[in-house]
Design a protein around this ligand. Structure first.
Ligand code: R1P
Ligand code: URA
Length: 234
C-alpha cells in the first residue's frame, strides 16, 4: 500500500484511467469493466481494477487540481507500476469552433502552476502527451464520428479567477481549460511512462453554454470507450 492508496502490489493494472470524480471511477468500473474489484476507499478516492476485452485495467479517481491528482499519479507509478495513464475529464472550451459535448485530446498543457516551474526555473518545461496514445485516440474518435480536437489545453490552479490568463491562452489557440493535465504530463516525463488526457467539453467560457448532466454522460461514455480502446492497443 501507499500513503493514499490502500492496495496490494499487483492489484493495480499497468493501464490506469484517471477521472477527477471518484464516483465516475465507480460508474466506469461498473459499466465498462468485467469482474471489477474496488481496491481503494481511502478518503473516498475510489479505485477499481477489472478487465476490458480481457485486458487488465484500473480506474482511479484523482480529485480536483494538480496537488490532488499528482499525489495519486505519483503513487500509481512509483508504488504500483502504472505505465499507461489516461486522464478522462471535463473542461471548459475557450475557442469559438470548439463546442459543448466535443472531445479534446490534450497534445500539450500550459499551466500557471508552480509545480513544474520550480524544477526548471528560469526555463519552462513543456508538458506533452504521448504521441502513440494521442494518435490512437484521435483515430478511434474519428472512426466513431466524434467531434474531436487535438491541441493545447490550459491546466489552471484556479477554477474561479480574475486574471486574464485564460483570455490570453484563447488568443494563442489553446482549446480548453481544466485543472490536471499539465501535472499528469509532467510526471509522465519525469518517470518515463506514457500519458494521455482526453476531455469532454462540459461548458463554454465564450458562449456561456452548459451541458446537462445527461448530455455529459452520453459524451462521457464515448470518451471512455475511446480511452479503453486506445489503451488496450498498447
Ligand atoms: O471532470 P474532472 O476530471 O474533475 O475535471 C475538471 O472538473 C473539475 C472542476 O469542476 C476539475 O477537476 C477540472 O479539471
Ligand atoms: O470551465 C471549466 C470546466 C471544467 N473544468 C474546469 O476546470 N473549468
Amino acid at each position: 500500500m501507499s500513503l493514499h492508496i490502500d492496495a496490494e502490489k499487483g492489484q493495480i493494472a499497468e493501464i490506469v484511467l484517471l477521472p477527477g470524480d471518484p464516483l465516475r471511477a465507480k460508474y466506469i468500473a461498473e459499466t465498462f469493466l468485467e469482474d471489477a474489484v474496488c481496491y481503494n476507499t481511502v478518503r473516498n478516492m475510489l479505485g477499481y481494477t477489472g478487465t476490458y476485452k480481457g485486458k487488465k485495467i484500473s480506474v482511479q479517481g484523482t480529485g480536483m487540481g494538480m496537488p490532488s491528482a499528482t499525489l495519486y499519479i505519483h503513487e500509481l507509478i512509483n508504488d504500483f507500476g502504472a505505465k499507461n495513464l489516461i486522464r478522462i475529464g471535463t473542461c471548459g472550451a475557450i475557442q469559438e469552433d470548439v463546442h459543448i459535448r466535443d472531445v479534446i485530446i490534450a497534445q500539450a498543457a500550459a499551466t500557471d502552476s508552480s509545480m513544474i516551474y520550480k524544477d526548471f526555473a528560469p526555463a519552462y518545461f513543456p508538458p506533452i502527451g504521448n504521441y502513440d496514445l494521442i494518435n490512437k485516440a484521435y483515430t478511434l474518435g474519428k472512426e466513431q464520428g466524434m467531434n474531436i480536437h487535438v491541441g493545447n489545453v490550459y491546466s489552471s490552479d484556479s477554477f474561479y479567477s480574475d486574471s486574464n490568463i485564460t483570455d490570453n491562452m484563447s488568443k494563442y489557440g489553446v482549446l480548453g481549460v481544466e485543472m490536471e493535465t499539465a501535472g499528469l504530463y509532467y510526471l509522465a516525463s519525469k518517470f518515463h511512462v506514457k500519458a494521455l488526457s482526453i476531455l469532454t467539453v462540459s461548458d463554454h467560457l465564450i458562449t456561456g453554454e452548459l451541458t446537462s448532466s445527461e448530455e455529459r454522460q452520453t459524451t462521457f461514455n464515448d470518451m471512455i470507450i475511446v480511452a479503453l480502446e486506445a489503451a488496450i492497443q498498447e
